[in-house]
Design a protein around this ligand. Structure first.
Ligand code: ATP
Ligand code: MG
Ligand code: MG
Length: 533
């Protein structure tokens, strides 16, 4: 919701739209349904949404479905779901494929007016000619011949085999994108929406300006690497006498140790290196949410860090630091110990026998989260790494309970600690102890949990132009640890975010079912720890 006095006022990170009029701005987010959304796309989607809302205008979500070879209905559905997860709901959802008949009409107009021709020059030769400013032998084909070939191409008639439609722009232009770009090409793959109706499809370069103008877009946001193509975009609008659209450019967002390209991500999926597009190591919307980022943190990160026009390689640490600020006050806290390194702590002098529960806050600074019951008994478990720091006679604080005084540290013949004896010391001052440790009562129903940590899929921070990402894969990117934890962990649901005190933040990937189907928790990076530490 935009506050009345802030209408049309953008924040410092998002420069105002040139010629942006409150109430009249129309933006669009045009994903190609050829994969799942990644965080680069989120930047584009959020910026379009941001400008539409700030100017009290309209956001169009447009499926740019002009290449049937790569597109699927599955991806379309996933994109809409992911946008909804981020609270981005277009005022209108459109499909470039719905405009195919109109785009074909514009192509006919282009040809009729001498601004386009049909060409069957081979791709390789076309590239050569474009490089050297050589005109195609077909460039001066008459509009009648070109129109006939165009109609035949749309129908897949053999006479038009090998032909494409090219704009007759300028083969001498310094800006090579103006050297007679391809505007329509054949493709016999059935389209996921229009089936086999068309045998040729407009290119993005041709379809985008037409549909933008047709749909009433006032500001087309494009990443700066498209700057060279701006002239071509305007040429199409001019040649067809279409309403002007302003281009507003923003920087592409990249992340260190990551690839942000649907084609490359698809490779990981196809190789079985990841579980799928929702893998927690993936920079997809679903991947980062599953890893434990919150929607709020994601939005904040992109609108503050990512909105500038300068292209930067974003650091994951910053991303996770913002997330930590969001989750820390709302993540309930529990204890869990390394199952393989737990040792016994025998408490003597407790004022009760057996097991006794006591109530404690789930978060010491957030009463809204409510309480949990922790259980205490004479037979407790602590971690050996903590026990190794004990000295006899010293007070240690059992977090949330109070102090005990160490009376004996018992070792086996290898010198390894097997148990510790201590005395309850309720008057002890927990402010004076050096060691504050987590613990569990040794009871049957401690909750087994698998803690999973992930590393970056790509080992090199920044892939250079000549690098093939396949040569820079991190060999091992998943590590597991077996833990046992508080009784309260039993009630967690899929997607809950918690803190295991002294270990970090975690997101529930599968709830506890039984001893054989333990709770599975994914560690959420907090911007400080290195992954797989
Ligand atoms: P990919 O290489 O992942 O397939 P794309 O640009 O081909 O990306 P589209 O579905 O065509 O994918 O992109 C939809 C929108 O998202 C476009 O406006 C595009 O500019 C924007 N976009 C894609 N990647 C990034 C990125 N890394 N940073 C910012 N915006 C991006
Ligand atoms: Mg694209
Ligand atoms: Mg791309």
């Amino acid at each position: 919701k935009v506050v009345e006095s802030q209408k049309g006022k953008t924040s410092g990170n998002c420069p105002p739209l040139e010629g942006g009029v409150v109430g009249q701005v129309v933006t669009r987010f045009p994903p190609e349904p050829s994969g799942y959304l990644h965080i680069g796309h989120i930047k584009a989607a959020l910026l379009n949404d941001y400008y539409a809302r700030t100017y009290q205008g309209k956001l169009i979500v447009r499926f740019d479905d002009t290449n049937p070879s790569k597109e699927k209905d599955e991806f379309e559905q996933a994109i809409l779901r992911d946008l909804a997860r981020l609270n981005i709901v277009g005022d209108q959802v459109t499909y470039t494929s719905d405009s195919f008949p109109r785009i074909a009409d514009y192509a006919r107009q282009l040809i009729r007016e001498g601004n386009g021709y049909m060409d069957n020059t081979s791709q390789e030769q076309m590239r050569e000619e474009r490089m050297h400013g050589i005109e195609s032998v077909n460039r001066n084909m008459s509009p009648e011949v070109a129109l006939d070939l165009f109609e035949k191409m749309l129908l897949g008639h053999p006479d038009a085999d090998g032909y494409c439609l090219r704009g007759k722009v300028d083969m001498q232009a310094k800006n090579k994108t103006l050297r007679d770009p391809v505007f329509f090409r054949t493709n016999s793959t059935p389209h996921h929406r229009t089936g086999t109706k068309y045998k040729a499809y407009p290119t993005y370069d041709f379809a985008c300006p037409i549909v933008d103008s047709d749909e009433g877009v006032t500001h087309a946001l494009r990443t700066t690497e498209y700057n060279d193509r701006d002239a071509q975009y305007y040429w199409v609008l001019d040649a067809l006498k279409l309403r002007k659209v302003r281009i507003h450019s923003f920087a592409r967002m990249n992340f260190v140790h990551s690839v942000l390209s649907k084609r490359k991500l698809q490779w990981f999926v196809d190789q079985g290196i990841v579980e799928g597009w929702y893998d927690p190591r993936f920079p997809t919307v679903q991947g980062v949410l599953r890893r434990g980022v919150t929607v709020d943190a994601l939005r904040e990160f992109i609108l503050t860090q990512g909105a500038s026009r300068r292209m930067v390689d974003m650091e994951w640490d910053k991303f996770w630091t913002i997330n930590k600020r969001v989750i820390d006050p709302i993540a309930p806290r529990f204890f869990a110990l390394d199952a393989e390194r737990a040792v016994r702590l025998n408490i003597h002098g407790l004022p009760f026998t057996g097991v006794q529960g006591f109530t404690t806050a789930l978060h010491p600074k957030n009463a809204e989260l409510g309480n949990t019951v922790k259980r205490l008994s004479a037979n407790m478990l602590i971690e050996r790494d903590d026990a190794e720091l004990f000295t006899v006679g010293e007070d240690v604080t059992l977090m949330r309970y109070g102090n005990v005084t160490i009376t004996a540290i018992n070792k086996n013949s290898d010198g390894e600690i097997i148990s510790v004896d201590c005395k309850d010391h309720p008057e002890g001052d927990f402010k004076k102890t050096k060691l504050k440790i987590t613990w569990l009562a040794q009871v049957d129903d401690v909750v087994p949990a698998t803690l999973v940590e992930f590393d970056h899929l790509i080992s090199k921070p920044k892939l250079e132009d000549g690098d093939n990402f396949i040569d820079h894969l991190t060999p091992v990117t998943r590590a597991e640890m077996h833990a046992i934890g508080d009784h309260g962990l039993r009630n967690l649901q899929y997607g809950d975010i918690i803190q295991l005190e002294r270990r970090g933040y975690f997101r529930v990937d599968s709830p506890y079912v039984s001893k054989d189907k333990p709770l599975v928790l994914f560690m959420i990076p907090d911007g400080k720890q290195r992954a797989m530490s």
